[in-house]
Write a protein of this length. Sequence first.
Length: 485
Amino acid sequence: MYLLPVIVANLLSVLALGVFTRILVVEDFGRLALAQVYATAAVGISNMGLVSVYNRNFFQYKDRETSGALFYSTIFYVTTVSGILGGVTYSSAGWFSKWLMGSPDYGRLIFWVYCMTAVQHIKGYFLAYLRNSENAKDFVTYSIGESVISLTLSMLFILIFRVGVVGMVWGPLIAGLIIIVRLMFRFLSMLPFSLDRQVLSESLTLAYPLTPVALFGVIRTQFDKYMIGLLATVGGVGIYSIAQRITYAIFVYMTAVQNVFMPQVYKRMFDGGDTGGAAIGKYLTPFAWACVGVALVIATLSEEILFLLTPGDFHDAISITMILSMYYAILFFGKQPQLIYAKKTHISSALVLFGVIVNVGLNIPFIYKWGAEGAAWATLLSGIISGTIGFLISQYYYRIEWEYGKLLLIFCTIIGSSLLLLLQMHFHWPYLYRLPAKIAAIGFYGYVGIRLNILNRENLKIVSDLLSSLLTKRRKPTIQMSRTN
């Protein structure tokens, strides 16, 4: 069920991209991406890592009263800080615009992008409660509703009112506000309202060391776009942004899958303590295969996706899409909450700072030499380096007994396939030669799933029964959690 909003959102995103790239120019996408650099940084600071702490403490404060106090206190704090930063953004938008884009004319765009990003983060706490409660039905309903409203409004603003690229911001902003208002009425009737200073203080104490994580994380994920605009062109930022929009579907899909495994991982950690790592490792292997599979499909079919969706000005994003697909695939290990469970949030900050240093150190020469594609390679290499070190440290503080042989086969398949296709494109192999290689890559990955006993008759029947029950509105079958489902 968690995959339904991902499927709907990505289908709508594909539809929107096919329309917007024929109305807006490459530079419009570049300016939007640069505005998001500031918005992501500001909202990250205002949240102070509270999202991760809230997900952890949800399982600590289990009774109805303290659960309500945790939720409302967190929402009140984040909304207040976001409002203050919103005022600062509005008054200084012209300065931020000149700093990011070389002109003060886009301050209005920066302000609206900040508002949209802040609203999306606040809404995330409501959805986190539904996810941690394993209330997939309401999570899916509100998520799909927001996607439909967002696309409808964005199309209206851009196609009918011709407001330009800001229409891509107003749609999600208004949709997010509608969902928040609806959910607030729902939560007020479900959870007793209270603001608890002690509960909030405990959360802030644990979240405070994560504030640098938010700030450094923004630098690590947004610095490449800023440097492309500085060392290359705004159009280059637009090309890079299009590739990120396509590959971001991988991250969204992984987050949807995370909505399933994260509560189960936390439960095994809290219930099993240090011995829970054995069960967690076996439990996560099928999820790794499913997440990497989507990355492999997008990397393999990036050429077809961009040719179908966008005009020729955007086709330089093909190779960038393939490279970033590999990067998002390796982020699977970064979604495990080992350090947060162990209350080692200060180490998370140090790891993110290290990742920033590596990312910046690689991006500057790579962008200077190879432009937007260089930024993609730098992002991938820095992700591998910092991700490996983060993995080793996380294992030290909470050991998950991974099935290393199976994971090696999974990740070698996507990296090997993607590199082979990139070489074929570099040497200008005819498409009729590249197509069999793409089909073989996807087919071999399916074979890997069969060999690992993930893609088997039992699991296919479970999926078939679930889809049938959803479509016919019958009662869902009872599923026992196992290593294969």
